[in-house]
Write a protein that binds this ligand. Structure first.
Ligand code: ADP
Ligand code: MG
Length: 348
C-alpha cells in the first residue's frame, strides 16, 4: 500500500519537472502550427492530383482536386491492395477463399466481409434472387477471365445447379457457414462499389472535398468539380470503343455504376456469352439488355443494383428502381434505345 508521503514525494518531483513541461508544450505548439501551415498549403484550390493503378483485375483511377498530397492516393492504393487480399475469390487465404474452402465448417471473417455478405443478402431479397453471390460455381465453370471462347458442357452447368442458392449460406455475426462443401461465393458483383464507398469515406475524413474514384468504370464522385461545377459522367455505348459515349449525366457526389456484357465476354456462333449469369440456370443472361447504369448515393448499392437489374431485365428492373428512394437507372436495350427511370437526370 503506498503511503500518503509517497504521493507527496511524486508531486514534488512533478514540481521540479514543470519548466521542462512548459518547454515541451511550446515545442509541440510550434510543431502543430507548422503542420497546419503545410496542411493549408496542401489545400490549394487549384491543386490537382491523379493516378492510375491495377486492382481487382481492372484499371483503377483516382483524381483529387484541391490537394497535392500524394500520400492520400498512396494510402488509397494500399487500401485497395488490402481489400483485394481480403475479398478475391482466387487469392489464397482471402476471406472469400477461406469460406469457399471451408468444407462446411464455420469460418471467421472480417467486419468488411460480413458487411458485404449482409448487403448481398439484402439485394438477393430485393431482386427476388436475381442477385446471388452463390453463383460462384457457375463463375468457375465459365471462367471468363481465362476462357478462350469455349462454351462449357451443359451437363457440368446442370450438375453445379444444386450447389447454388443463398439458402446454403449463413452469416451469424462474423461467422460464415456454407452448408454444402461444394457451394461457393463470389463478391465480384458488389465488392468494387463497397470498396469505392470505403475509399471515399477515408478521403472525406482527410478533408478531400472534390474528386472521383473510378474502379474499372465503377465511378464514385466526391463533391463537384472546382467552381461548383457538377461532374459530367459519360455512359459508354455498349460494345463501342471506351471513348464512345451514348449519354452523359451530371452528378454531384453520386455514384454512377454500369453493368454490361461487354465488360467480359466472348462470341461463339453469333451468340455473346458474358459474365452476368442467371442464378436460375447458370447461363449468361439474354434478355435484350445491353447495359444498366445506376445512379445512387452509395456505390455498393449501385453496384449490386446494376447487376440485379441486368439479370431482372428492363420491365422488372425498372419496377424495382421505381420502388426505391434515391436511386435512378438508365437501361440500354440491344437496339441502343435508352430507357430511364422517372428521375434520371440525363444530359444529352
Ligand atoms: P463488373 O464486375 O464488370 O463491374 P458487375 O458488377 O455486373 O460487373 O458484376 C459481374 C460479376 O458479378 C461477375 O463477373 C461475377 O463475378 C458476379 N456475378 C455474375 N452474375 C451474378 C449474379 N446473378 N449475382 C451476383 N453476382 C453475379
Ligand atoms: Mg455490380
Amino acid at each position: 500500500m503506498p503511503r500518503f508521503n509517497d504521493y507527496k514525494h511524486k508531486n514534488a518531483k512533478f514540481q521540479t519537472c514543470f519548466p521542462w513541461i512548459r518547454l515541451a508544450r511550446m515545442v509541440l505548439t510550434m510543431l502543430l502550427l507548422s503542420l497546419c501551415l503545410s496542411g493549408c498549403r496542401r489545400q490549394d484550390p487549384s491543386a490537382q492530383i491523379s493516378d492510375v493503378g491495377f486492382y481487382f483485375d481492372t484499371v483503377v483511377e483516382l483524381r483529387l482536386n484541391g490537394t497535392d498530397d500524394q500520400n492520400l492516393i498512396d494510402k488509397c492504393f494500399e487500401k485497395m491492395g488490402q481489400y483485394e487480399a481480403l475479398l478475391s475469390r482466387t487469392r489464397e487465404e482471402s476471406d472469400v477463399w477461406r469460406i469457399n474452402h471451408s468444407a462446411g465448417e464455420p469460418v471467421e471473417v472480417s467486419d468488411d466481409t460480413a458487411a458485404l455478405i449482409t448487403l448481398a443478402e439484402k439485394y438477393y431479397e430485393l431482386s427476388d434472387g436475381a442477385f446471388d453471390i452463390t453463383v460462384a460455381p457457375y463463375v468457375t465453370i465459365w471462367d471468363f477471365q481465362n476462357n478462350p471462347g469455349k462454351v462449357p458442357a451443359a451437363a457440368s452447368i446442370a450438375a453445379a445447379r444444386v450447389h447454388v442458392g443463398l439458402s446454403l449460406l449463413h452469416l451469424d455475426g462474423n461467422t460464415v457457414t456454407l452448408d454444402d462443401p461444394r457451394a461457393s461465393i463470389d463478391l465480384g458483383g458488389i465488392a468494387k462499389g463497397y470498396i469505392a464507398d470505403r475509399l471515399k469515406e477515408y478521403l472525406v475524413s482527410e478533408g478531400v472535398t472534390s474528386g472521383y474514384i473510378n474502379l474499372g468504370g465503377n465511378m464514385l464522385t466526391i463533391g463537384t468539380k472546382p467552381g461548383d461545377v457538377p461532374w459530367n459522367i459519360g455512359i459508354r455505348r455498349p460494345f463501342g470503343e471506351a471513348s464512345d459515349v451514348i449519354a452523359t449525366v451530371k452528378v454531384d457526389g453520386l455514384s454512377v455504376v454500369t453493368s454490361g456484357p461487354y465488360e467480359r465476354y466472348f462470341e461463339k456462333d453469333g451468340t455473346i456469352y458474358h459474365h452476368i449469369l442467371n442464378p436460375a440456370d447458370g447461363y449468361p443472361v439474354q434478355n435484350g439488355l445491353a447495359s444498366v447504369t445506376i445512379l445512387s448515393e452509395s456505390s455498393a448499392d449501385g453496384d449490386a443494383l446494376s447487376t440485379s437489374c441486368f439479370v431482372l431485365g428492363l420491365d422488372r428492373g425498372l419496377k424495382l428502381i421505381e420502388s426505391l428512394d434515391g436511386v435512378e437507372a438508365l437501361f440500354i436495350t440491344d437496339d441502343m434505345k435508352l430507357h430511364s427511370s422517372s428521375g434520371f437526370p440525363i444530359s444529352d
